[in-house]
Ligand binder design. Sequence first.
Ligand SMILES: Nc1ncnc2c1ncn2[C@@H]1O[C@H](COP(=O)(O)OP(=O)(O)OP(=O)(O)O)[C@@H](O)[C@H]1O
Ligand SMILES: [Mg+2]
Length: 222
Amino acid sequence: MSEYIQVQNLKRVYKPSKEVIVNALNGLNFSIEKGDLISVIGSSGSGKSTFLNILGGLDWNYTGDIIVDGKDIKQYNQNFYRRFIVGTIFQQFYLIPSLTVEENILLPTKFVKSMNKYELNKRLEYILKETELTDRRKHYPNQLSGGQAQRVAIARAMIDSPKILLADEPTGNLDSKTGESIINLIKTLNKQEGITTIIVTHDMKIAKQTNKIITLVDGKNV
Ligand SMILES: Nc1ncnc2c1ncn2[C@@H]1O[C@H](COP(=O)(O)OP(=O)(O)OP(=O)(O)O)[C@@H](O)[C@H]1O
Ligand SMILES: [Mg+2]
């Protein structure tokens, strides 16, 4: 089976109050191949973040099926799924202000050990180099530029070598030149690590650099 991610009739209904019902996802159907680089576009409110949050294992209140690597994601241990299957980055970088760059990147590894100290250190050095943060490792988030902060978030998402990288408007808070460098980094990681990558974006210039564009309209892919 060449389809790595299969999304089948995915629906998500929000009921923020008794009277209000929002059909945020209305039956998504598509599949994504292993190692592919995909973008998801669509107007504000079309369901892009809702979809990414579900695929990222942050929201399990959906109907339909998501199959990853031949297995329904509901059958994975949730913590395992969020750590070793998917890594997610957001428009807001969500770094911990009281931790250094290095400590932020290593944070996910503190809960359950997956590598020995030697392996982890090797991976950290490699990821710091790839994200060009080696000389900023002792900095705190408020001592970083926006582009550097997003690179820390990418490094943190990649530290445990997940299989899927999800990015929700990763350049939304950056100027266009810095945004371009972030997209280039994501493209490099996609190639080098073979990581299946999905970028949500408003920017057609970014979408055109991906292998396939998925367009959402009112919670459906068209
Ligand atoms: N927690 C929530 N409770 C209720 N409604 C929600 C919730 N989250 C999102 N929605 C609604 O679901 C719809 C889809 O929202 P979503 O955030 O997925 O859109 P989006 O495509 O990411 O938009 P944007 O481009 O503005 O980020 C919107 O109509 C939104 O108002
Ligand atoms: Mg969104």
